[in-house]
Write a protein of this length. Sequence first.
Length: 139
Amino acid sequence: MKNRSIIIAVVVIAIAAAAVLYIASSTPASYKDGSYSGEAVGGAFGDTKVTVTISGGKIIACRMENVDKLGNPKDENYGRGGTDADYQLAQYALQGMAKYPQMLIEMQNVDKMDAVSGATVTFREFQAAVHQALAEASK
């Protein structure tokens, strides 16, 4: 009976410790209010710049700018000059990457976001740029 009580106590302590660690890892970092920028340059398809706005310690806005390797903005003309298939693929990627800023605002943690199909390279660049911006917000 005594051994059973010890085992139960150890299990309860282990569960409590796991819960504390989970809560600590789920809690977003504390950020100072303001606007912070980050960028990922030299990517496979160009550069990604973000500006993240913090208020009350939370991400309330995110603006992302993407340019191709020639420095042209990725917009409705992104992918023109190639084949029709290339243009369609580029525009599909553009639609996917446009979702990332709102996803960040909703999730408050870029590491918990999933890449959107067709825009995975930009997602990695977005993550890097956001990490850079939030590192500034944490100082």
